[in-house]
Design a protein around this ligand. Structure first.
Ligand SMILES: Cc1cc2nc3c(=O)[nH]c(=O)nc-3n(C[C@H](O)[C@H](O)[C@H](O)COP(=O)(O)OP(=O)(O)OC[C@H]3O[C@@H](n4cnc5c(N)ncnc54)[C@H](O)[C@@H]3O)c2cc1C
Ligand SMILES: *[C@@H]1O[C@H](CO)[C@@H](O)[C@H](O)[C@H]1NC(C)=O
Ligand SMILES: *[C@@H]1O[C@H](CO)[C@@H](O)[C@H](O)[C@H]1NC(C)=O
Ligand SMILES: *[C@@H]1O[C@H](CO)[C@@H](O)[C@H](O)[C@H]1NC(C)=O
Length: 535
């Protein structure tokens, strides 16, 4: 089982009051008019098209919908379901889906890997369609040119696998979970355990293709630098359908080192976490030390465990000697380290203990169809939290009982990239916090309890984290920070979450949005709004 990637389902309060589906047009007639239009535009006979366009009466509808649900919170009978699911197999299918949806006035959701933490790619509180990109998944790697074309529907595991097939010294800086989709991950920024050395995934884009609101297939040149910038971290779903990206590969050494070490409160976890803040974001940029903080019961005593999970782009001896100087509290020994290839480290990062004995093909596996229930939130820290702050945080986490935190160190390359180079503005932060809670059995009460735990810890952290605006990472989607009524033009609501995700870059995103999609066809609960109209 993949522990990192298994994720689960919760219910927004938002969805407890569902409006009735569009009463003006029964769904079969919507389906028929869509099918007719789609068939005409793609010049394909209707019976054949029915393999790519699904209504709820189609026997395959549930399995198609479920195939990319990655959070059990949104896998229930009361979860809102799309009126139509389209699974395009070509760019012209995507264009037709956009053009045929426009006159029907449904919300048009786009899904690639389905890992949106709050399910926004496949649920809505308004009648909606889902465009599922999972069949557009071609990945081609050109080692001579140090580049790759990666389609929106590909998974990160497929990207890493295809690179591995061609080269053992090339890599790509992106997320650790192999089933995450390129479409959401790259259009939302994308980071992984090489970010201190290489920055974000979007710092390596060469080109892209999208289908715009007029159904046109546009590459970087045709879409222009503004739109290209917007889909380099501003979230694709506000601007068009991303078909794929051309990316630069990065060099990785033939041998890398991974380790995981942990400590409890009695063994000095408070000091380690405190000191980590001064080392993790400043040390050698070849070293990425993630800090996991988790309340646990040990020997019948409630305590907190601090675990450091790390990738070092180099040899074990070197990282052991580096940390014996910079973070001796960790007491890292060579026996705690494992040397392996970069690709194996990706397997290891996905919690495969025996990475060196694991079949690389596991990264091609898409047939998960199971997940736990979960909730994520995010924050950024700009100044080190004082030692007594860490102490009070541990106390709070023990009191709450389940929710954990993940600290991801920045610094290195991240701090060298301008805040407006891409829509992602959080370049000068010390580290990012992910709030993380998963659970296996659920009920509305259980769910509410965990969602509240997350909110309470987030509120507790206010004094320690970035302010005005308090920041958040788009790819750690969190509807708690605000949603817009996406039936209306809701600039004011959009500005609330928009500033948290994008800071000053929000203004440029709004301008681009207003220009490329003035009628707000590409919208969701947290999309970029258009500029309010002046009368
Ligand atoms: C287990 C797990 C681990 C994760 N690890 C990391 C990590 O290490 N680093 C990191 O940065 N993030 C990580 N994430 C977050 C992840 O990057 C985001 O959830 C990302 O948006 C997922 O992309 P997707 O295509 O799988 O998701 P989807 O749910 O399909 O889409 C997410 C958003 O992007 C939009 N979108 C998707 N495809 C397209 C497209 N083709 N065109 C336009 N818009 C599109 C959707 O409409 C939605 O708004 C993780 C998430 C999970 C669940
Ligand atoms: C690290 O290695 C040392 C020495 O072998 C061992 O005592 C310790 O338990 C290891 N730590 C972890 C977290 O595995
Ligand atoms: C890892 O491999 C070793 C040796 O092959 C085996 O004994 C062990 O059970 C494996 N561990 C896991 C978690 O698969
Ligand atoms: C969704 O629910 C079905 C049963 O209703 C289950 O078989 C499947 O594993 C679940 N999928 C996810 C992603 O939770």
């Amino acid at each position: 089982m993949r522990r990192t990637c298994v994720f689960s389902v919760v219910f927004f309060l938002l969805f407890l009051s569902l409006p009735p589906p569009s009463l003006s047009q029964p769904s079969h007639s919507v389906y028929n008019s869509f099918l007719k239009c789609f068939s005409k535009r793609t010049k394909t006979p209707q019976p054949q098209i029915a393999k790519n366009v699904f209504s709820p009466t189609n026997p395959a509808y549930s399995s198609v919908l479920r195939a990319y649900i990655r959070n059990a919170r949104f896998n229930t009978s009361s979860t809102p379901k799309p009126t139509i699911i389209v699974t395009p197999r070509s760019y012209s299918h995507v264009s037709a889906a956009v053009l045929c949806s426009k006159p029907l006035h449904f919300v048009f959701k786009i899904r690639s890997g389905g890992h949106d933490y709050d399910g926004l790619s496949y649920i809505s509180d308004k009648p909606f369609f889902v465009l599922d990109m999972s069949n557009i998944r071609d990945v081609s790697v050109d080692v001579a040119e140090n580049s790759a074309w990666i389609s929106a529907g590909a998974t990160l595991g497929e990207v890493y696998y295809k690179i591995w097939e061609k080269s053992k010294v090339h890599g790509f800086p992106a997320g650790g979970c192999p089933t995450v989709g390129v479409g959401g991950h790259l259009s939302g920024g994308g980071y992984g355990n090489m970010l201190r050395k290489f920055g974000l995934s979007v710092d390596h884009l060469i080109d892209a293709k999208i289908v715009d609101v007029r159904g046109r297939v546009l590459d970087r040149k045709a879409m222009g630098e503004d739109l290209f910038w917007a889909i380099s971290g501003g979230g694709g779903a506000s601007f068009g359908v991303v078909l794929g990206y051309k990316v630069k590969l990065v060099p990785v050494p033939p041998v890398v080192t991974v380790f995981r070490v942990e400590q409890y409160m009695a063994g000095g976890a408070v000091d380690i976490v405190h000191k980590w803040q001064f080392v993790g974001p400043k040390t050698d940029r070849n070293l990425f030390m993630r800090m996991l903080i988790q309340p646990v019961t040990r020997n019948k005593v409630k305590t907190v465990r601090a675990s450091v999970v790390a990738l070092f782009l180099g040899k074990a001896d070197d990282v052991v000697s580096l940390l014996s100087k910079e973070l001796p509290e960790l007491a890292l020994k060579k026996e705690n380290c494992t040397e392996m290839t970069w690709f194996q480290s990706a397997l290891w990062w996905d919690n495969r203990v025996n990475a060196t004995q694991t079949d690389p093909k596991v990264f091609l596996d898409r047939n998960l169809d199971s997940s736990s229930f979960g909730k994520r939130k995010s924050d950024y820290v700009a100044t080190e939290i004082p030692r007594n702050g860490i102490e009070s945080l541990f106390k709070k986490m023990i009191e709450l009982g389940k929710i954990g935190l993940v600290f991801n160190p920045y610094g290195g390359k991240m701090a060298e990239i301008a805040e407006d180079a891409t829509p992602f503005p959080h370049r000068n932060m010390l580290f990012k916090i992910q709030y993380s809670v998963n659970w296996k059995e659920s009920s509305p009460e259980i769910e509410k309890g965990y969602l509240n735990e997350a909110k309470e810890l987030h509120s507790f952290m206010t004094r320690f984290v970035s302010k005005s605006p308090r920041s958040a990472y788009l790819n750690y989607r969190d509807v708690d920070i605000g949603v817009n009524d996406h039936g209306k033009n809701s600039y004011k609501e959009g500005e609330v979450y928009g500033r948290m995700y994008f800071g000053k870059n929000f203004d440029r995103l709004v301008k681009i949005k207003t220009k490329v999609d003035p009628r707000n066809f590409f919208r969701n609960e947290q999309s970029i709004p258009t500029l309010p109209r002046k009368f």
